[in-house]
Structure formats: structure tokens, C-alpha cells
Design a protein around this ligand. Structure first.
Ligand SMILES: [Mg+2]
Length: 390
């Protein structure tokens, strides 16, 4: 801790901007239609649990960040847990600090509550937003500069009661310019095959098709299903088996022809290193909440790129705040990123958004926000409408 102590001393001599208050806004935002994936318990969800964080400063500038209480994919977070962690452990480490000390602050947060990435995500991204606003530059400028103005995104095809409704949902995305589809699989293999076949028949070579079992299949079922799916030209199979079974993912990667993506199995940089060492996947998905926001996700991207992996920018369903955070990172990436599903909330999964200038995919692409910081402004009326109390 000696080095960090030196940094703090330097900071204390700096009279510039300081964080004065940490404000948390828990929200329940309705899904447009109940959101269904392969999962052990809940059949579907009616609303998304979002935590918006506002960092207030002595100069009146306010930074915003987002995380979600998702409770799938290895997370056990509740909104109340996230708020308790931030209030009791993180707030004392934030008050009086300069938002420019992102590295030192994030180091301290992780040191006080190791691996609390869901809670840290909102803080780290709010710090980036604050620094951007303080300098009057977008976050992508802080990340090394903009390499692209628009980022192509993929569509998530949530499970539907029948193949007709699935193709209808895909057609609606296709009409809006989406060409990359993530098909949820993993509950009923016969239905999964019918769905993949129907999508290929409906769209031919015009779409890129990916499948996602959300870690819910056993190894044998995954091998059998993925082999049967091979004729449908699947670009990548996302997290077919359990989060903890990296050995199994590695064996699966050798047993089937299609590439494997690790999502749930990757939280920290250590978990990604494990995937890389075992060559358990050749694609990695990152998410704002799951992976701790911009500060940590950039590290994952560097590791993945060095390992020759493809990067799939994702998010749990989220508002325009977390969508912007990922769009900013994609914009600053000089090498290609995949057409990820980081805009899954703003692409239509959510019934509403909470900013005055929502990010809306146009022709299947998200325009990179160019305003200061994350470039999105919270809508106070929407916050009041969806706010919940604890
Ligand atoms: Mg996934």
C-alpha cells in the first residue's frame, strides 16, 4: 500500500476538483416483453434492476455511471447489496478524492472489497464521465481517441413460444438494419435446431448467426447440439456449459467445429487468463456490470487481443448510460471489435430509457456519443417514474 499512499499524498496537495457526495438511484425499468433466456430458476423477468450512481463534486460537475443487479451468469447481486457495498465501503474512499485519480481509486475499491465488480462498475464509469465533463471531452478522447463514429451492434433473440414468433422478432430487427443475431438456446435442443434452421431459411447468408446457452447445458448435451447446429454456419457458440467448467469449455472447443465464446466464465483478468492458458475459448464477451466497467474491461480487451481472441462487446440489458460506456470503448479501439450485444436494452428489450438523449441504433449501428463524458444526460422525470425505495 506504500505506493498508493504516495499517490494519496500527492492528491492531497492538489486543490482541484473533489468528490463531495455519492448519490445512488435504484430503478426498476420494465422490459418491453418479458425477457427469457436459459436459466435455472426464474422463467422470465418483467423489469430490469438498474443502479444509477451520481458522483457530485465541489465544482458542481456530476458524473454518472450504471450497473445492474442481474443475478444470472454467476452474479448474486441485489440492488440493496450493491447500494450497501457502495455506501459502507466505497463512499468513504471517494469523498474528498479527485475524480482524476481513477487508477488509485479503483485500486482502493478492489482492495477494500475484492472482486466486487458489479458495484465498482458504476463508480469507475462515473469517474470517467466526470473527468470527461471536467475537461469537456468525450470519454473516447480519454481512452486514446476516436477510431470510428458508429459501432455496429448485434441483436439478442430472446426465447419465444414458437418458431414463427422467433422469426418475426428477427425480421423486425432485420428491418432495422441488424445483421448479427444472438439466438438463445439451451432449454430444448429440438426447438433450438428448428429455430436455427428457420433463421437460415428466412435470411440465408444475409445474417451472422450466433448461439448462446447461458451456461445451462451439460457437456454431453452441448457437444451433441453444437454438432447438429454446424450445418447452419454458426459464427460462435456462447458459453454453452457451466461457468466453473473451464476444462469442459476447452474440451468442447476441441470437440466441435464452431468457435466457443466465454462470457459467464470471465469476470476478472485472472479468469480470462485461465481461459487463455487452456485455450478454452477464442472469443470473449465483456459486460459493464459483470466486468467492472471501463477501467477493468480495457484490461480484458488488451489481454484478449494479445491472445488473438475476438472481442464481443456486451452488456446485460442496460440503459443508454452503460450502452454509452461500451460505445466509447468500441470507438476508441483501433482494431475491429465484433458486432456485440452491448445495446441490448436500447435496441428494444427495455420499454423505456432514462436519459434525455437516448442512444438508438440506426441501421443496426450505434452512433458514438460525442458530448462531454459519456455524452448522455439523465432525465429526471424518468428517474422519478422508475425509482424504487429500500
Ligand atoms: Mg452471454
Amino acid at each position: 500500500m506504500t505506493d498508493i499512499g504516495v499517490m494519496r499524498t500527492d492528491f492531497e496537495k492538489d486543490p482541484s476538483i473533489k468528490i463531495r457526495k455519492v448519490e445512488m438511484i435504484p430503478l426498476h425499468i420494465p422490459f418491453a416483453t418479458p425477457f427469457q433466456i436459459a436459466t435455472a430458476r426464474e422463467s422470465s423477468r418483467d423489469f430490469l434492476e438498474v443502479l444509477i450512481l451520481r458522483l457530485h463534486t465541489d465544482q458542481g460537475i456530476v458524473g454518472i455511471g450504471e450497473t445492474q443487479a442481474w443475478r444470472r451468469q454467476g452474479s448474486a447481486e441485489l440492488l440493496a447489496n450493491l447500494m450497501h457495498s457502495i455506501k459502507t465501503r466505497f463512499e468513504p474512499l471517494l469523498i474528498g478524492r479527485s475524480p482524476f485519480d481513477i487508477n488509485a481509486i479503483m485500486y482502493d475499491l478492489n482492495a477494500t472489497l475484492y472482486n466486487s465488480l458489479y458495484a465498482q462498475a458504476a463508480i469507475g464509469d462515473a469517474l470517467y464521465d466526470l473527468v470527461g465533463k471536467s475537461l469537456n471531452v468525450p470519454v473516447h478522447a480519454l481512452l486514446g481517441g476516436k477510431c470510428r463514429d458508429r459501432v455496429r451492434v448485434g441483436a439478442v433473440l430472446s426465447m419465444k413460444p414458437n418458431v414463427e414468433e422467433l422469426v418475426e422478432a428477427a425480421q423486425a430487427f432485420h428491418d432495422r438494419g441488424f445483421r448479427h443475431f444472438g439466438l438463445k438456446i439451451g432449454i430444448d435442443s429440438a426447438a433450438d435446431l428448428r429455430n436455427a434452421q428457420a433463421l437460415r431459411e428466412a435470411f440465408g447468408e444475409d445474417i451472422v448467426l450466433r448461439v448462446d446457452a447461458n451456461a445451462m447445458m451439460n457437456f454431453d448435451a452441448a457437444v451433441t447440439l453444437l454438432r447438429k447446429l454446424e450445418p447452419f454456419d454458426i459464427d460462435v457458440a456462447e458459453q454453452p456449459i457451466a461457468i466453473w467448467d473451464v476444462d469442459g469449455l476447452a474440451a468442447l472447443a476441441r470437440a466441435v467445429a464452431m468457435p466457443i465464446m466465454a462470457d459467464e466464465s470471465v469476470s476478472t483478468d485472472h479468469s480470462l487468463l485461465d481461459i487463455i492458458r487452456q485455450r478454452a475459448a477464442t472469443v470473449v464477451q465483456t459486460k459493464t456490470a459483470k466486468n467492472g466497467g471501463i477501467h477493468y474491461i480495457r484490461r480484458l480487451w488488451h489481454l484478449a487481443e494479445a491472445a488473438g481472441m475476438r472481442i464481443y462487446p456486451g452488456n446485460h440489458p442496460s440503459t443508454s448510460v452503460a450502452t454509452s460506456a461500451v460505445a466509447q470503448m468500441c470507438a476508441a479501439s483501433p482494431t475491429p471489435v465484433m458486432e456485440g450485444v452491448f445495446a441490448v436494452g436500447v435496441s428494444g428489450a427495455l420499454a423505456d430509457d432514462i436519459v434525455e438523449n437516448p442512444i438508438r441504433p440506426v441501421d443496426g449501428e450505434v452512433p458514438v456519443p460525442d458530448g462531454p463524458g459519456l455524452g448522455v444526460t439523465l432525465d429526471e422525470e424518468k428517474l422519478a417514474k422508475y425509482r424504487v425505495e429500500f
